[in-house]
Write a protein that binds this ligand. Structure first.
Ligand code: NAI
Ligand code: ISE
Length: 336
């Protein structure tokens, strides 16, 4: 059976994912598109060719008979509304990060899914599907570097626009680390703190950039994450796990090593789409296959909630300058 996808949000990642479903993956086909920008929706529908219907309302798209699964790729603050609507309609929903912009919003989604009695929601934390992070997780599980003690991480983007403001370094950017590091370590966060170095001249008045997020986990592991979204030189994701017996690093993306003109050099990617292209493919293929088998993979709505709880604490820490506790409720048995 081919899964009919309805895409809400025909922007950058919605377009990428829609093309991926139609041209790269198997078992799915985009049948409907919606965007508040009607022109954008039409552009995407036309580019997909065939019988893609453009809907004026995301909710009507969700309720369309030929939409089996909903893809939410609109702006973060709109996610909660569409995910809740999909759950109400009993439809599977792949929601790009963040699941909702606050923990309270994610809690409402968790409550709705538990009440529905069936896993319907998957969150687009694609790093869990990245081969490099998977190698790192396997190394930790195998005890390759002994018990992890510290993590040094960096999340660098070449530049961001004027609409990207200080809390977004957490809600939009760090949220990837908040998910992938708790998955990597099989641990939860206990406290968080945010410190601000001198701000780069490449930033603007509403964005403090870079930021350093310091976290402690329940097991006592210390993590530092540098968020630097106007680093200029490239899109660079780093993760170094310092263990009792050694250090394991996230592999660099494959890149040619050149010797030329008395120089030895390689290149750094600049585009997040290229850095994680394989992970997007794997996560969405797993989503499609999970619908087919009735066994949806993670990241679950609960994972989306946990990331949001930590994210809220980090935003508070940005404001107070204090070490803030992360208070995580017990996981519902539904997600065991
Ligand atoms: P974008 O701005 O390029 O596209 C978002 C689209 O959603 C726009 O076309 C906008 O008109 C539409 N939209 C906004 N509100 C809507 C509503 N109420 N109903 C229907 N359409 C609506 O943004 P982008 O970069 O594609 O990001 C979209 C989402 O994907 C965000 O949540 C972002 O955090 C996430 N994202 C995830 C990435 C990842 O690596 N997993 C990478 C980039 C984005
Ligand atoms: C963007 O929305 C993403 O999800 C990218 O993966 C991240 O690197 C970037 O900072 C976000 O703005």
């Amino acid at each position: 059976m081919t899964i009919g996808f309805g895409v809400i949000g025909a922007g950058m990642i919605g377009t990428e994912h829609a093309r991926r479903v139609n041209n790269v993956l198997t078992g799915g086909e985009v049948v409907a598109v919606n965007d508040v920008n009607a022109e954008g929706a039409k552009r995407l529908a036309d580019s997909l060719g065939g019988n893609v219907k453009v809907f004026d309302s995301g909710h009507d798209l969700i309720n369309a008979d030929n939409v089996d699964a909903v893809m939410v790729t609109s702006w973060g603050p709109t996610h909660e509304e569409f995910v809740l609507s999909a759950i109400k309609a009993g439809k599977y929903v792949f929601c790009e990060k963040p699941l909702a912009t606050t923990a309270a919003g994610c809690q409402r989604i968790v409550d709705a899914e538990v009440a529905a009695g069936k896993r319907l929601v998957m969150v687009g934390f694609m790093r869990r599907f990245d081969s490099g992070y998977r190698l790192l997780k396997q190394a930790i599980q195998d005890g390759e570097v002994g018990e992890p003690l510290m993590l040094h991480c960096a999340h660098r983007n070449p530049e961001v626009g004027e609409t990207y403001v200080t809390p977004m370094a957490i809600q939009d950017t760090l949220v990837h680390e908040l998910d992938v590091l708790r998955w990597l370590l099989d641990d939860d966060y206990k406290t968080v703190q945010v410190v601000f170095p001198r701000t780069t001249r490449h930033s603007h008045s509403k964005l403090r950039d870079p930021q350093v997020v310091l976290m402690e986990t329940v097991k006592g592991i210390r993590i530092d994450v540098e968020i630097f979204v106007n680093c200029k030189y490239g899109y660079d994701i780093q993760c170094s796990v310092v263990g009792e017996d050694g250090i394991a690093n996230l592999p660099e993306p494959q890149s040619l090593l050149v010797r030329k003109d008395a120089k030895l050099y390689t290149t750094v990617l600049t585009d997040w789409k290229k850095r994680f292209v394989d992970s997007y493919d794997v996560e969405l293929q797993d989503f499609i296959d999970g619908i087919g088998s009735g066994d949806l993979p993670g990241p679950t709505a609960w994972d989306g909630f946990c990331a949001a709880v930590a994210s809220d604490a980090c935003v508070k820490a940005q404001e107070t300058g204090n070490i803030e506790p992360v208070t995580m409720p017990a996981r519902p048995a539904f997600y065991d």
